[in-house]
Design a protein around this ligand. Structure first.
Ligand SMILES: Cc1cc2nc3c(=O)[nH]c(=O)nc-3n(C[C@H](O)[C@H](O)[C@H](O)COP(=O)(O)OP(=O)(O)OC[C@H]3O[C@@H](n4cnc5c(N)ncnc54)[C@H](O)[C@@H]3O)c2cc1C
Length: 388
């Protein structure tokens, strides 16, 4: 076993951290206030491979391993949660499915613009009545009409669509076939009949755009099908497995930011004649956060490593995202406590970090659903070893 990052991964971490310190962190409060991403920073991301982390080099991407991609998302999230979420969605939900299932023509048509940050990537799974239960709840449908698909329905809570040129949309193409009746279709955002509704008014991650969409008889060519017809549900599950590594990494970035701010404040704020960092109760909070971040980071790296080894990583990715998101929640909670009343003020970054991290136990699989995924896998392993 080797717990060290390799030389390339360490160098990449350093380069991305320097970029984030200069281009994202100083603006994190401002973008949260304004409610929009900072494009001056995003336009500089292609040079660092951030907008095509795991896109093959032949399409202009960085072609990185999954640990390096996780490191990048962690660093971005540590500097700015909103940018971290949009970048995680861009890479994992936007580029990912195109890389995995796109035809050569689709990859050539869509990936270069994503890698060059001319547009952001977006994936529409969730609907007003269907989040955790996509299989039972998705209503958006696509039917064939000559050489086109006609799409009708609505999607909710879709990240990045404001800056997307195309969205990949989960639809039912055969309502009689259950999970084998789903497909993914690429839809240009300027298609007639597609309406991007007003932005959601969110608690945190406010600079990351989130919109509801409605599809009124939207016509796209048959060749916009992504991968095989009927495989949409399987594609969704695989995309979410990958996405959980990314959201785990983002959670660690937010947890680390909460700890960074706690350490800074605790060493400078005095009470009862000494810096509060010297009070044991404060040290316990710091110790717990540092310990839990370390554990969660290792688990995210393990999930990433398993993926790169071509091994099954569904269970560990679910564990990593669940652990990291709950660690972020506790670290942000402690950070506010350590800051006292100042932690309750938007003058200090921990107030924003607290709001931003709250999504982590919800998006790309709620904690409850992740526990079901983990339990299902653990029970399967046990049954395999000791049949009942
Ligand atoms: C900021 C933001 C960005 C997002 N970006 C995207 C995006 O880009 N694309 C996209 O498709 N979606 C996106 N989403 C949607 C997100 O993935 C869903 O909100 C999430 O999957 C949960 O679905 P839901 O909100 O419908 O909750 P529900 O599924 O309605 O769940 C409500 C509660 O019931 C619990 N629950 C449900 N089923 C069970 C069960 N079987 N057992 C126990 N408990 C259960 C849940 O855990 C949760 O606590 C985004 C959401 C937000 C807030």
């Amino acid at each position: 076993m080797d717990f060290e990052l390799n030389e390339e991964q360490r160098m990449y971490q350093r380069v991305v951290r320097d970029f984030c310190e200069a281009e994202l962190k100083p603006y994190a409060a401002e973008v949260d206030e304004v409610g929009d991403l900072r494009w001056d920073a995003i336009r500089k991301m292609p040079a660092l491979g951030l907008t095509g982390l795991q896109v093959p080099e032949e399409y202009g991407g960085a072609g990185l391993d999954t640990i390096s991609a996780a490191i990048a998302i962690e660093e971005v999230g540590r500097a700015c949660g909103s940018t971290g979420l949009s970048l995680a969605a861009h890479n994992g939900l936007g580029c990912g499915p195109l890389v995995y299932w796109g035809t050569a023509e689709q990859k050539a048509a869509y990936l270069p613009a994503l890698v060059n940050a001319e547009a952001l990537g977006s994936l529409a799974l969730t609907e007003p009545q269907a989040g955790s239960d996509l299989a039972g709840g998705v209503q958006t449908s696509a039917r064939r009409d000559g050489d086109s698909w006609i799409i009708s329905g609505s999607k909710a809570w879709i990240t990045n669509v404001k800056y997307a040129a195309t969205i990949t949309v989960l639809v039912r193409t055969d309502s009689d076939k259950g999970t084998s009746g789903f497909s993914m279709i690429i839809v240009p955002t300027n298609a007639e009949g597609l309406t991007v509704q007003s932005p959601e008014k969110k608690m945190g991650l406010r600079a990351s755009p989130t919109h509801m969409l409605s599809f009124d008889q939207v016509r796209v060519p048959l060749e916009n099908l992504l991968g095989e017809e009927g495989k949409g549900f399987y594609q969704t599950m695989e995309t979410l497995d990958n996405g959980r590594i990314s959201i785990g990494a983002l959670s660690i970035g937010l947890a680390q930011a909460a700890l960074d701010e706690s350490l800074r404040y605790a060493r400078q704020r005095e009470a009862f004649g000494k810096p509060i960092a010297q009070h044991q109760a404060i040290q316990w909070m710091i110790a717990n956060a540092a310990m839990e971040i370390e554990a969660a980071r290792l688990m995210v790296y393990k999930a990433a490593w398993l993926k790169d080894q071509g091994k099954n990583f569904t269970k560990i990715a679910a564990m990593a995202k669940l652990l990291a998101s709950e660690v972020a929640e506790k670290a942000a909670h402690s950070a506010i406590q350590i800051h006292g009343s100042y932690g309750y003020s938007s003058e200090y970054p921990v107030e924003r970090i607290y709001r931003d991290q709250r999504l982590m136990t919800i998006g790309e699989g709620t904690s409850e659903i992740l526990r079901l995924v983990i339990a299902r896998n653990v029970l399967k392993e046990i049954e395999h070893l000791t049949p009942a």
